[in-house]
Structure formats: C-alpha cells, structure tokens
Design a protein around this ligand. Structure first.
Ligand code: ZN
Length: 71
C-alpha cells in the first residue's frame, strides 16, 4: 500500500512541475528562447498542424511537454 505522506509529496511535485511546464510553454509560445534543463538545447514548439504530438520539445528529447498542459 502507498504511504499517504509519500502520495501527497508526489502530488506536490507533480503540481510544481505542472506549473513549471506551463511557464515554459508560455515563454516558448511568446517567442522567447528557452533552453532545456537537461541538455541545454533550445526548446521548440510543435503545433497541432505540424506532424507529431503537439508540445514543447528539445532535440534530444529530454524535454517533452504535451500541449495538453497549456490550457
Ligand atoms: Zn534536452
């Protein structure tokens, strides 16, 4: 069984990264240069009219944010 304290920590972390991802998407959509936390590469946006899953990605794939988060 999952420890309830662990569970709430997980939820807190998820909310923090959710807000962080939203902020990143906003910046990229505003035309700002945002770099990947892992590889330092420039992030780019994939729009629904382009091929693939819409979202914000880096070339190496360590940043992979679905646009479902952008609402
Ligand atoms: Zn990366």
């Amino acid at each position: 069984m999952i420890d309830i304290k662990q569970f709430s920590t997980l939820k807190k972390n998820a909310a923090a990264s959710f807000n962080q991802q939203k902020a990143i998407i906003k910046k990229v959509m505003a035309g700002r240069v945002v770099t990947c936390n892992s590889c330092g590469g420039e992030l780019f946006i994939v729009l629904p009219e382009n091929s693939g899953t819409p979202g914000v990605y880096c070339k190496k794939g360590c940043t992979d944010i679905s646009l479902d988060f952008a609402e």
